[in-house]
Design a protein around this ligand. Structure first.
Ligand SMILES: [Zn+2]
Ligand SMILES: [Zn+2]
Length: 132
């Protein structure tokens, strides 16, 4: 799998049940939508479909190197801090342009993915006394 952003071969980060791919060049991350949904549900977030966000039809994104189709840009998050990801409508893959270049293991990558989609959904942590 080549990076949709820069076309270099991505690095696999694998766990027992999922594989994420990161790009050492741009720090992007590619993952399957099924893997993402599992990860989100596991962390108490709704699936990707319920997270909102709007499609930006004119955005210039990369191309899915698996399907050779153009990616679609989806934007969400807060007005002041918009967040976006690119997705392939053919295979359902997602590309995040966050900085994943320094991620060494899949646990760390998953943590950042969850943090990203928590912000994306607008569910910022409410002020709450620390428990535990
Ligand atoms: Zn890249
Ligand atoms: Zn694809």
């Amino acid at each position: 799998m080549d990076c949709p952003g820069c076309g270099v071969e991505m690095v696999d980060l694998a766990s027992d049940d999922q594989t994420l791919r990161t790009c050492g060049e741009c720090g992007g991350l590619w993952m399957d939508v099924a893997d993402l949904n599992r990860l989100l549900l596991h962390h108490g977030l709704p699936g990707l479909e319920s997270l909102g966000g709007k499609v930006l039809p004119d955005a210039d994104c990369g191309t899915c190197s698996e399907c050779q189709v153009d990616l679609v840009r989806v934007e969400g998050g807060e007005k002041n801090h918009p967040l976006g990801y690119d997705t392939c409508e053919s295979c359902g893959g997602l590309f995040l342009e966050e900085e994943f270049a320094d991620v060494k293991d899949i646990k760390e990558a998953q943590k950042r993915v969850v943090a990203f989609f928590t912000r994306f959904s607008g569910k910022t942590a409410k002020k709450k006394a620390a428990t535990g």
